[in-house]
Design a protein around this ligand. Structure first.
Ligand SMILES: Nc1ncnc2c1ncn2[C@@H]1O[C@H](COP(=O)(O)OP(=O)(O)O)[C@@H](O)[C@H]1O
Ligand SMILES: [Mg+2]
Length: 496
């Protein structure tokens, strides 16, 4: 085993993997466009790489940048910090005009200690000092000047470009690309197309969208085995197990590969069999848990935990996502916002997405089981913290009778129930907590004062879990007195 060789796998984000598997056709197309740009051909159609996080969009941008540089094409690569405002884009382009031999990766350049960039930037007006027409003309001119030798413009995390920036930028990029050799590649999460639609309808319609999802069995196997470069052999069964467990998710492929490499290097072994897989699984599981944990907290922070958990419950174990699942959830989410915003928010999570027209998929299938499990305990814990489990049971039983309820009716009923425990003053606080947690959503026709239960299946699972916990107090003997005092009568009011 090559103990002296560096581990070639690239677990993490944005790293070009040792084998960029499953993207051969796309690489050919990207290479053709690079060649065309070198030959000064004009192609106003932008290429959009769309897919959930961890599937390899940034890696593909990096690959494209590398190939373009080999062909001596100027490359400007922008991340979300670089396009927060139109002025930032202007500065990047003007810098390209000032020093055309430099390729611009702003994620690196803003940290440039020489401060050169700062001085170029200092001469520019503040955002508010331009009118929109002036701004557009200026950007068009800069774009044209920056692309005299051809230009490869790569935009990562394009879903984060503010709509007002996008409107000016995409218009100008498209206009400049009519007359100049500009290759524009943008990458973003599955909400990108919708976000672009808000920026400028024609651009979104004309771009060439490539969906970057999980890899096939064969491509996963290649991505995993080839980096060992013949220095190790794989037991067929062991390889099959690993390929299956990666779920074709590129981020997981790198973690598995890296873990297996480390095991072989440590043991000085050259064969991957059952034992090696077992050992490597420890490191992989750890990486996997960390990713799940991060994702769950992100979902929670974005107020998406409840809708995403409900989707996970709707689809169920072994189920396949569908447009119906997507629409059912976004329609309810849209009670509190507009439908498009709801769809973008859900697509942005990449939890489920349309891998192909009409073909809905999980971003990471195994995340669903984790979300189902963890969301139940997180919601239950919060209900307990709010001392609101009794109220929530009541709310749940009311919604068994009707999908929409007048808030006044719900309030009246909760008041009666809580009165028995001397806590009727808590009604508003509890209802506010349910709405904050995303469990209750207002009816779109607010004038009628109705509310709906956002996640009926999650609600059932939460109540079942609460029942289970109460039925088995001996499982957590030390907690019993605390639960009694903290939650009072909540724990003794099942089956409402
Ligand atoms: N085609 C591929 N084959 C194998 N590994 C890949 C592939 N594409 C990306 N990866 C790896 O997957 C991880 C996530 O890639 P990244 O480009 O950051 O995804 P994204 O930008 O879509 O979030 C990285 O570790 C990267 O090296
Ligand atoms: Mg990325």
């Amino acid at each position: 085993m090559p103990t002296t060789k560096r581990n070639p796998f690239q677990p993490g984000y944005g790293e070009i993997p040792p084998v960029l598997a499953g993207r051969d056709q796309l690489k050919l197309e990207l290479r053709d466009r690079i060649d065309a740009t070198v030959e000064r051909e004009r192609h106003p159609t932008a290429i959009a790489l769309v897919g959930p996080r961890g599937c390899g969009k940034t890696a593909l941008l990096g690959w494209t940048a590398g190939k373009a540089k080999e062909r001596k094409l100027p490359v400007i690569r922008l991340n979300k910090e670089d396009f927060a405002a139109v002025g930032d884009l202007e500065l990047t382009l003007s810098d390209q005009v000032v020093s055309p031999n430099k390729s611009h990766d702003f994620s690196v350049e803003v940290k440039d200690p020489t401060g050169q960039l700062g001085s170029v930037r200092a001469g520019y007006k503040r955002e508010t000092e331009y009118n929109p027409v002036e701004r557009k003309q200026k950007l068009n001119k800069l774009m044209a000047a920056a692309s005299t030798r051809g230009l490869v413009l790569l935009i990562d995390e394009a879903h984060d470009m503010p709509a007002e920036v996008g409107r000016v930028f995409y218009d100008s990029a498209q206009a400049a690309a009519q007359d100049h050799p500009i290759m524009l590649v943008i990458a973003g999460t599955p909400d990108l197309e919708s976000v672009l639609g808000r920026s400028g309808a024609t651009f979104a319609e004309r771009m060439n969208t490539k969906r970057i999802g999980r890899l096939s069995w064969e491509d996963t196997s290649r991505a995993l085995v080839e980096p060992f470069g013949g220095t190790a052999t794989f037991d067929d069964l062991a390889r099959g197990v690993v390929v299956r467990e990666t779920q074709g998710y590129p981020h997981f492929i790198q973690h598995w590969g890296s873990a297996l490499w480390n095991v072989l290097a440590r043991k000085g072994a050259t064969h991957v069999g059952h034992e090696e897989v077992k050992e490597a699984r420890k490191a992989f599981d750890q990486a996997c848990r960390e990713l799940y944990h991060r994702r769950l907290h992100e979902l929670d922070g974005e107020g998406m935990l409840v809708p995403v958990a409900e989707i996970a419950f709707r689809i169920g174990e072994g189920g396949t996502p569908s447009r119906r699942d997507f629409m059912a959830i976004t329609r309810k989410m849209a009670y509190a916002r507009d439908q498009r915003e709801a769809e973008e928010k859900l697509l942005h999570t990449g939890f489920i997405w349309q891998e192909d027209i009409g073909n809905w998929q999980f971003g990471i299938p195994s995340l669903a089981a984790h979300v189902r499990r963890e969301a139940v305990s997180m919601v239950l814990e919060r209900l307990r913290e709010e001392n609101a489990l009794l109220s929530f049971r009541r709310v749940r039983s009311h919604f068994k009778r009707a999908p929409l309820l007048p808030i006044s009716c719900l309030e009246g009923n909760l008041r009666t129930v809580l009165k028995e425990t001397g806590r009727e003053t808590m009604v508003e606080k509890h209802l506010a907590a349910f709405s904050r947690m995303g469990l209750l959503v207002p009816d779109p026709d607010m004038s009628k004062g109705h509310v709906a239960l956002m996640a009926p299946l999650l609600t059932e699972a939460v109540i079942e879990e609460a029942d289970r916990a109460e039925a088995k107090p001996e499982m957590e003997p030390t907690q019993e007195p605390t639960l009694q005092t903290r939650h009072g009568p909540d724990d003794h009011a099942p089956g409402m």
